[in-house]
Design a protein around this ligand. Structure first.
Ligand SMILES: CC(C)(COP(=O)(O)OP(=O)(O)OC[C@H]1O[C@@H](n2cnc3c(N)ncnc32)[C@H](O)[C@@H]1OP(=O)(O)O)[C@@H](O)C(=O)NCCC(=O)NCCS
Length: 154
């Protein structure tokens, strides 16, 4: 179900501290404030936020390099999950990827992260490989998921 109670918009550098706070709520190994400051100034990166009543409730980022997209992160505040926030963020990321004529979108996800894997499958991602013991906190494997877009040059 689409939710109209929040807005999806590009992230601004002024929101870096709020993004870092949200990340701490969502990940066992969150990014630092400095990482967000760097990423929000990275010309190859696109960061989108979901905002409700002035509060950030989710974000999604991707890099656009050599015609390919790489999702760096996506999360939704625990109190706002299963309301379509991540779906709305990914939808907008895909809209932008189409505008940039990217040939594919790829990402790494923890093998056990079924919530995220279900979400990605909904967008056409499928498993194309793995990275053994990729995550340093618990040695968990990463699964590489990719969706290939049609040749947009024709
Ligand atoms: C994964 C995550 C981003 C999903 O965010 P969300 O806003 O709750 O997701 P949505 O409501 O848009 O869900 C879209 C679909 O994803 C799947 N999904 C989401 N959460 C799920 C869950 N807990 N269990 C199973 N499937 C789930 C479902 O298919 C869902 O569709 P449905 O609700 O109609 O069944 C969120 O759980 C999160 O922030 N997790 C922690 C951070 C994380 O692991 N990020 C991914 C890093 S690779």
């Amino acid at each position: 179900m689409e939710n109209t109670e929040y807005e999806i918009r590009p992230a601004k550098l002024s929101r870096a501290a709020e993004l870092a706070e949200l990340d701490r709520l969502c990940f066992s190994v969150p990014w630092s404030l400095q990482s967000f400051c760097d990423e929000l100034q990275n010309p190859l990166a696109v960061y989108l936020v979901a905002e409700k009543d002035g509060r950030l409730i989710g974000y999604c980022g991707f890099w656009s390099v050599a015609g390919e997209g790489q999702i760096t992160n996506i999360c939704t505040h625990p109190l706002y999950r299963r309301k379509g926030v991540a779906r709305a963020l990914l939808k907008e990321a895909f809209r932008r990827a189409a505008k940039e004529k990217l040939s594919l979108m790829t990402l790494e996800v923890r093998r056990s992260n079924l919530a995220a894997r279900n979400l990605y499958e909904e967008f056409g991602f499928s498993v194309i490989g793995e990275r053994k013991r990729y995550y340093s906190d618990n040695g968990e494997d990463a699964v590489i998921m990719t969706v290939y877009f049609e040749d947009r040059s024709r």
